[in-house]
Design a protein around this ligand. Structure first.
Ligand SMILES: NC(=O)c1ccc[n+]([C@@H]2O[C@H](COP(=O)([O-])OP(=O)(O)OC[C@H]3O[C@@H](n4cnc5c(N)ncnc54)[C@H](OP(=O)(O)O)[C@@H]3O)[C@@H](O)[C@H]2O)c1
Length: 292
């Protein structure tokens, strides 16, 4: 009988790529969806995928979502409750007799003391490791998709990227490659990767000036990077909760200091192909970087 793989956060950036990657491999995919309306888009694209309601804040949905599941891709969104949400889910996965949990974490989660986002992921990683469940940890660097999600409007409307990151470089990764790695692990023998933690990056470390130049060349419309002062960056996030503003500013400082520039060979080793470049990403999403 084919295995059933549950994906949490299945409608999000990484989750939706993983639904694609596993569906292409003929696996029986169960997509855990938070909002049913977003799930409808998945249903439309992948009619063979089974949708199940899954809300980390509503424990009664977890047992149902996990019934009959062999393996899990665990993605918990960046929220103030992410540690308790992760622990509750891991307990439920253990109770359901799941054979493997592949947890999405963040690059540098193992660094002590590290930043808040890393510490929260580290606590969840340790809980998973101590649960006795076979597990794998994926620690990706910042996603290329952030340039669409958080900078897309200013790139489209003003031809500008605003960040307080100086000329710090980061080895941005396409969520496509994270999903390809996860799919390779989730369809391999469980023992093969058990207990491993993989740092995942793109093929090159780029500054925002580099990224602006690449998007500009790809779209044929110049893009300029503006290095904004820290205070202005904080003001730009007015309305966001303080824990989130502080967490993002820590991440910005880390990139500015050059601590996000490491390039790792793991995507190539795990998938057999080189990770996508930012140029390829910009080409694929060219229309989304141009004014309507
Ligand atoms: N962005 C980066 O550069 C980066 C880098 C490294 C690691 N990470 C890690 O990656 C994760 C985020 O991945 P992503 O960008 O793919 O996420 P995303 O696009 O923000 O999607 C989050 C997903 O979680 C769902 N969700 C929200 N609240 C939920 C709840 N209470 N219960 C169940 N599901 C819920 C969302 O569904 P709805 O939309 O319906 O609410 C959505 O499907 C975080 O753990 C983050 O720390 C991010």
């Amino acid at each position: 009988m084919p295995e059933t793989i549950l994906i949490t956060g299945a409608t999000g950036t990484v989750g939706s790529e993983l639904v694609r990657a596993l569906s292409n491999r003929g696996v029986h995919v169960r997509a855990g969806v938070h909002s049913v309306i977003k799930g409808d888009r998945l249903r439309h694209l992948y009619p063979e995928v089974q949708l199940v309601e899954l809300d980390f804040q509503r424990p009664e949905t977890l047992g149902v979502a996990l019934t009959g599941v062999d393996r899990v891709f665990l993605l918990v969104p960046f929220t103030e409750t992410m540690v308790e949400d992760s622990k509750r889910f891991i307990d439920a996965a253990k109770a359901a007799g799941v054979k493997q949990v592949v947890k999405l974490s963040v690059m540098g989660a193992e660094v002590e003391p590290g930043i808040q986002l890393g510490r929260w992921h580290r606590e969840a990683e340790r809980y998973l490791a101590q649960s006795g469940l076979p597990y794998v940890i994926l620690r990706p660097n910042s996603f290329m998709q952030n340039f669409l999600a958080y900078q897309g409007t200013s790139i489209r409307e003003q031809g500008r990227i605003y960040q307080p990151q100086g000329e710090g470089r980061a080895s941005y990764i396409d969520a496509f490659d994270i999903a390809e790695v996860a799919a390779a692990i989730l369809t391999a023998d469980v023992a093969r990767h058990h207990g491993r933690a993989y740092p995942l990056t793109g093929p090159e470390a780029l500054s925002n000036s580099d990224v602006a130049a690449i998007i500009g060349q790809t779209t044929g419309r110049p893009v300029q990077y503006v290095d904004v002062p820290e205070e202005a960056a904080r003001e730009g996030m007015q309305g966001a909760p303080q824990w989130m503003v502080d967490g993002i500013m820590e991440l910005n400082a880390l990139i500015r200091a050059g601590h996000a520039a490491t390039v790792t060979p793991d995507v190539q080793q795990l998938t057999g192909r080189r990770p996508r470049t930012l140029q390829e990403f910009a080409q694929e999403h060219r229309a989304a970087f141009l004014p309507a």
